[in-house]
Design a protein around this ligand. Structure first.
Ligand code: PLP
Length: 274
């Protein structure tokens, strides 16, 4: 079941229509956010909306009206209350001309509220055999040009894993297709810096803030040596990695991961941006 906000109106999923010429569809000229809702309360909404604006600016899209997006989020959540949901906000270049004339046609804003799922406490991952370009135009932006992630995720599924981890062109650890990555070395928690090309994950930022993780350039090979590894994202919260490629990490979640998860659960239960 899903409920959609489109063109300023609430619709059910079957009657919501976007043009087949929308640039979000034809060339991936769009940005998006996935926001967790619990008992009708969006989690860290302001951080997500700020990132939507950053991604839109990176693509040269007209700045989204964040009050409008906020109203749309409130309307779909109110109309479809769910114990655990996901707000999917998509904002695209619409159907106008591409390139220098863009922005003359109104952008498309779609906000959907769909059911969420709780994921298992540990998972398997693979490494991706090609690099993420940390200097590329899309680096660090949450755009609808996610085909590279989709290809990598398909490889993960073939290997009975749920995530694929990228290194960057410098051979440093970067991020997953839809998650950030943390490693424990000698009892200390580290995560790649934003300069690695990773997305500024909302969950990542909170774990750095709440668990004091260090932002460190790490060689991709750290995945073969780290004592513990975990992933963070809106869907996963903090999720331990129990296998990377053919390396097993028995006992995952280890003590540092378990503590990061405990702290995340405790602190995020308080009202962050109600
Ligand atoms: N990295 C990528 C490429 C993502 O798409 C996502 C989320 O979808 C993340 C990291 C994690 O970000 P967040 O914690 O804000 O969900």
């Amino acid at each position: 079941m899903a409920l959609i906000w489109l063109d300023g109106e609430l619709r059910d999923a079957d009657s919501a229509r976007v043009s087949v010429f929308d640039h979000g569809l034809t060339v991936g000229d769009g940005v998006f956010e996935t926001i967790k809702t619990e008992e009708g309360r969006p989690f860290a909404l302001t951080r997500h909306l700020d990132r939507l604006a950053v991604s839109a600016a990176g693509l040269g899209l007209p700045a989204p009206d964040l009050d409008d997006v906020r109203r749309a989020c409130a309307a779909v959540v109110k109309a479809l209350p769910l114990p655990l949901g996901r707000l999917r906000v998509t904002y695209t270049g619409g159907v106008g001309p591409l390139g220098s004339d863009r922005g003359q046609a109104p952008p498309t804003l779609v906000v959907a509220h769909v059911e969420g799922a709780r994921l298992p406490e540990s998972t398997a991952a693979i490494t991706v055999p090609w690099p993420r370009n940390e200097r590329g135009a899309l680096s660090g932006l949450k755009t609808t040009s996610y085909a590279e992630n989709v290809i990598a995720l398909a490889r993960a599924r073939q290997a009975a894993a749920s995530e694929a981890l990228f290194g960057n062109t410098a051979g440093h650890l970067c991020e997953g297709t839809g998650s950030n990555v943390f490693v424990v070395i000698d009892g200390e928690l580290h995560t790649p810096p934003l300069s690695s090309g990773c997305l500024a994950g909302v969950t990542r930022a909170l774990v750095v803030e709440w668990s004091g993780a260090k932002e460190t350039e790490l060689p991709l090979g750290v995945l073969r040596e780290a004592d513990e590894i975990f992933l963070t994202s809106t869907a996963r919260d903090v999720q331990a990695v129990r296998r990377v490629d053919d390396r097993e990490l028995p006992g995952a979640p280890g003590p540092v991961t378990a503590e990061a998860l405990r702290v995340f659960r405790e602190r995020s239960a308080a009202d962050i941006d109600p």
